[in-house]
Design a protein around this ligand. Sequence first.
Ligand SMILES: Nc1ncnc2c1ncn2[C@@H]1O[C@H](COP(=O)(O)OP(=O)(O)OP(=O)(O)O)[C@@H](O)[C@H]1O
Ligand SMILES: [Mg+2]
Length: 806
Amino acid sequence: MSGTVESLKWSVDSDGIIGHLIESQNGTLSAAVKELIMNLVDKGSTKCEITLRDDYFSVVDNGIGFVDREDVENHFGCFGKRHEEGDAVYGRFRIGRGQIMSLAKVTWHSHEFKMTADYKKNSGGYELEVNQNEYVDGCTVYGQLYNVLTSWDFKNTVDEIKTFTKYMDVEVVLNGSILNSSITDVKWDYEDDDVMIKWEPKRQGCGVFVYSKGVFVKEISSYIYGLDSDVVTKKTLVLNMARNEIAESDPTWGKITTLLKAEAVRRAKHSKRKISEAQRLSLINQIICGDYPLSEAMDLKLFKDSRGVTFSFSAFKDRLFPITMSPNNHPLADHIASSKSATVFDVRELSRWGVTCCEEFLNLLADLFMSEMALCDKQTRRDSGYYLRRIREIRVVAYEKLCKGISSDLKILKTKELSDRDKAARNAIQCAANIMSKRISNILNINVHKRKILIGESQIAHGWTDGETYIAISRDALSFLDAGRYGMNQMALLLLHEYCHDESDVGSHEHAEYFFSKYHDLTMTMDKSAELIGHVASSLEGDYRTQLSKSLLSVPKFCDADPYAMSSDVFILNGKGRLSPFVKKLLECGREANLLDYNKKGKRLTLVSKTSKHFPLVEFLSNMMAEDGIDLPFFDYDSASARIVNNASSLDHHEHMDLIREEYKASVGILIEGWAYEHGHCPKAACEVINSLFSRYSCGAQHLKQVILNDSKTDVAYSESVGEHYKTPVFETDKIKVDYYMPTNIIGERWNCTVSRDELASSKAERVQFVVNSLKNVIGVLKDNDEKRKVLELITSASFVDSIVD
Ligand SMILES: Nc1ncnc2c1ncn2[C@@H]1O[C@H](COP(=O)(O)OP(=O)(O)OP(=O)(O)O)[C@@H](O)[C@H]1O
Ligand SMILES: [Mg+2]
């Protein structure tokens, strides 16, 4: 037996549905005000004056208002009444006015009618007052907000109203300021019968703002089209009731999306390889959907590995190594990618391609080329076929397998595990790190604490930090310091990188937004006195050399690699750490002539030579002597030549000239020596300066260093330039290298050994004595008994003595 079937009509619980309409639309004050503005445009208003306070608002229009009681009851008093086709530009659902009712006690005052809705007190209806004495033109809507706006909400509301009404064809004034300009004044980049588009590249990353007949609807993330623009339709779009979504079926919207996609592709092609992240993601979407063929994007850097390095399909297909998928921010991923063991895609990147593993990814790429092959011409088909084969050749390796061989341990080494060279490097890096923390504090205007430098061992990281107290540098990375300026810069960058981590980077290589902004601010400073990397790198270079020479270790080769580079030398002063007036004067002269700079802090004198070419020490010296009333005679070539001509000896011209020069030098030397003694300068040092008159090359910074070292009044202990030019080690153990040809004056200072280099060269006895004395002192310097024993063994061996003494 079949049951009875009835046809029934829907019914509505009017209280319930009206409650939803009032309470459950958009919910923000700006959106509610937007509704009021759309209504007044529908009623022929040309102007809209808004007043907004934290607890009150009003919207005044000059439209036709509510014309009679019937209009009030039918259109204000009734929700959901259908519109006649074409009777309104925006009005559609007859519910929009409900939005403001949930936020305020509101009155619509138009002509003699005042309708007040106080939803909180009377959710079921409104009060109508008819009073001819309070007649207004148009319609004024005003109300007391149920919740007072915070200053934050107030600002947002103002900003949003501004955005919402940007392209509306009505003048909107908010608290006395005009918010929008006439739409006819805008210069559109694209316009047809349906839509106007303005590209806004400067708004980078903000995305596409869609306006339905001038009223803001929604913002489309820049990741969808990789574009930033305002799109304004000429007709209203078909929207949902909250007016923040567009119906997919709307033909104008279909047309707009096609235009945006085409523009995205056009721009990507135009920008060749360089595409923004937003463009990349937008193109990936188009490629996956089949809207844009991958074969046309061969050179665009669409792929991104776990390090954030982007590359094109052209590069990808030629890679000989396999691919793998890593978890996001996995600490070993960087290492695997950098060592080219595999191309590492992280989970996040693969999800952007809509896949969950490498196999699916390769299948996707293969499918894309296959579908392209089905559609295109012979040549493209051939290309796609080739790409397809390449994809099939790409191997996939399990990430765990790649990780197996790599230890992710980050080990901190104990001091006793460090070599002297490691220690020297650590101490130098510590000085550099201290300078860095100070500079960072100054640049960012915050107190950045010093972090202790530790040396560690790691297969996966050059450096790591707990974000607060220490920075560990892997022992492998210390070799940066022996790699010249590049290495110093690299180490400075590594330190900066670690200083930018405010939290521990152990266990993750993720860099949060704050990291990048800090890194950016610190590297982009244009204030010379706050410059970071160059400053830290050059201090590091000086400190490293000082630390090495303190430990009697050889300085790296790069030190004299470029004779014209700026070089800095550090002298550690003895005793009270004084410089003699003589040396001071020479330094000042050099500084005035902009040939050098120096800086003396306590017992530390740093000499920076800006040139290693000839610099006129002689002139400085003769000026100094002139101040004391002694004029140095010039070497007069003309009279010297005349003397040679007159002299009928068997010597040739050159030999003659040499003799005359020697004579001249001796006479000048007497003058200088007398002056130097009198003024407490080292005569030898002063004479050296004048001797340089005859030797262009020794008259540069190198020469000045020797003068500083020789000047008896200057308390110089040693210079870090030890060994710079004399590289043959005489003996060597694990920890120490001693250079036989070190300038003897330095050796003399350090090891109380008074012997000149010439004497060493000429006398075997002197040489033996020198070596023995030096080595005794070296052994004295050594703290480690093992080390002492090794040196002793070494120097007592017959082969060693032979090698030195001969
Ligand atoms: N400022 C105004 N001047 C004159 N009439 C108005 C004004 N504001 C609203 N109305 C009348 O009130 C009606 C209801 O407005 P409401 O915003 O609720 O609906 P709608 O604009 O018709 O449609 P929608 O829900 O799509 O906004 C309007 O259709 C209009 O007739
Ligand atoms: Mg409306």
